[in-house]
Design a protein around this ligand. Structure first.
Ligand SMILES: Nc1nc2c(ncn2[C@@H]2O[C@H](COP(=O)(O)OP(=O)(O)OP(=O)(O)O)[C@@H](O)[C@H]2O)c(=O)[nH]1
Ligand SMILES: [Mg+2]
Length: 372
């Protein structure tokens, strides 16, 4: 049965805010909506959903932005993390001999900035080897830290490869509710389209009318075809199958598939995601070509747990770390790089399409420690 494709759906009501992400550290599990504890937003609530994205419209073919523009946005986005990280460095290292006590304090600072124990140790060991016993200033420590961070981040700073000759290249976007799946799809759709690629969206989070509407609004704005469920709660795998079948004949080059972030339990979600993959492989045995996991930086160390859980479910090919602007936990990207070595394809520092960008190790490392 063919899906209803972006027609006959309710009028474009304002998109309600997504349910806040479930983020009790260390207690991650996938639970029903009514069991999700309310979590206060980390910052005064910014504009939500597609409405917020709309502020970046209209610019169907935006000028490529100067790198400086993005870097200052990245730095602004990371400012809360930077403040946390550098305040104690400045306090400890005004001018000081790098002795055991100083190294210990540095390690504590790094761990408390969410870099994780392994990466923090690795950095401190590097300092011990090269600078032990020497007199250092806070500026020297920051510069050396930026280099050490860039070294950890460089191997994972990889773009998400898109191969339009797959006709279409299928990107399955997975992640816990509220981490930014739907908006990431919208942002990527807008960017790919600006690059001249023909995109379509699959509203695979079929139980959430808001998610379907959010994508429909974005489909209209960006000219992407939206494959929406015929009815609330329709089978997501069937929808993906029909969408891919259609996409292979209508010239779609990139098919971005949204998925549910939460079902009544973890195994139900795993079964759903696996079923989507199984079923689209009947149409194209090489699909999905990318499995992008979105992570909300404000959840800090919980993001690591989410990677573990989703890696068990599906073959995650790369990460998008969102909401770095509202977070003092940008250091978690370092922990992710050290622990998993999975490519970090994108970082998000705001709600506009241009606020999601490819991840660059050196910029990120310098941004974290507040250097130019
Ligand atoms: N400040 C900020 N907000 C963001 C960023 N990325 C996404 N958001 C916002 O986070 C909220 C949740 O994003 P969604 O894309 O709806 O998340 P989702 O994973 O699709 O959530 P579910 O559909 O509930 O599973 C929205 O209000 C987005 O605008 C970011 O980089 N910075
Ligand atoms: Mg969504």
């Amino acid at each position: 049965m063919p899906p209803a494709i972006g027609i006959g759906e309710p009028a474009l009501a304002p998109v309600p805010a997504a349910t806040p992400p479930f983020s009790s550290p260390g207690l991650y599990e996938l639970v029903a909506a009514d069991q999700v504890p309310a979590m206060p937003p980390p910052t005064p609530e910014p504009p939500q959903g597609a409405e917020a994205l709309a502020t970046s419209e209209p610019e169907p073919h935006p000028e490529p932005e100067q790198k400086g523009g993005w870097f200052s946005r990245l730095k602004a986005g990371l400012s809360r993390t930077t403040a946390k990280l550098t305040e104690s460095i400045t306090a400890v290292f005004k001018k000081r001999r790098l002795d055991e006590a100083a190294l210990e304090e540095l390690e504590e600072t790094l761990i408390s900035a969410d870099l994780g124990v392994a990466a923090s140790r690795r950095i401190v060991e590097g300092f011990r080897k090269t600078r032990f016993g020497k007199e250092v200033t806070d500026e020297e420590v920051k510069a050396a830290l930026a280099e050490a961070l860039a070294e950890i981040l460089a191997p994972v700073a990889l773009p998400m490869p898109i191969n339009p000759s797959h006709a279409p290249h299928v990107v399955l976007v997975v992640g816990v509710n509220g981490t930014g799946k739907t908006t990431t799809i919208a942002k990527l759709g807008q960017q790919y389209r600006a690059e001249g690629l023909r995109c379509a969206f699959v509203a695979g989070d079929t139980f959430r009318a808001a998610a379907v509407e959010q994508l429909q609004i974005w489909g209209e704005r960006t000219g992407a075809r939206v494959h929406a469920p015929a009815k609330h709660g329709a089978d997501a795998a069937g929808l993906a199958f029909d969408a891919l079948t259609a996409a292979r004949t209508d010239g779609t080059q990139v098919l971005l598939v949204d998925t549910a972030g939460r079902l009544h339990n973890k195994s139900a979600l795993m079964e759903e995601l696996r079923k989507i993959i199984r079923v689209i492989r009947r149409v194209d045995p090489t699909a999905p070509h990318s499995v992008l996991l979105t992570l909300d930086a404000t959840t800090g160390q919980n993001a690591l747990q989410q990677v573990k859980v989703f890696k068990e479910m599906v073959d995650v090919s790369g990460l998008a770390v969102t909401k770095l602007d509202g977070s003092a936990k940008g250091g978690v990207v370092v922990a992710l790089a050290q622990e998993f070595g999975l490519p970090v394809h994108f970082v998000g520092v705001g709600e506009k399409a241009a606020d999601l960008r490819p991840f660059e190790a050196r910029d990120y490392a310098r941004g974290l420690v507040g250097l130019e």
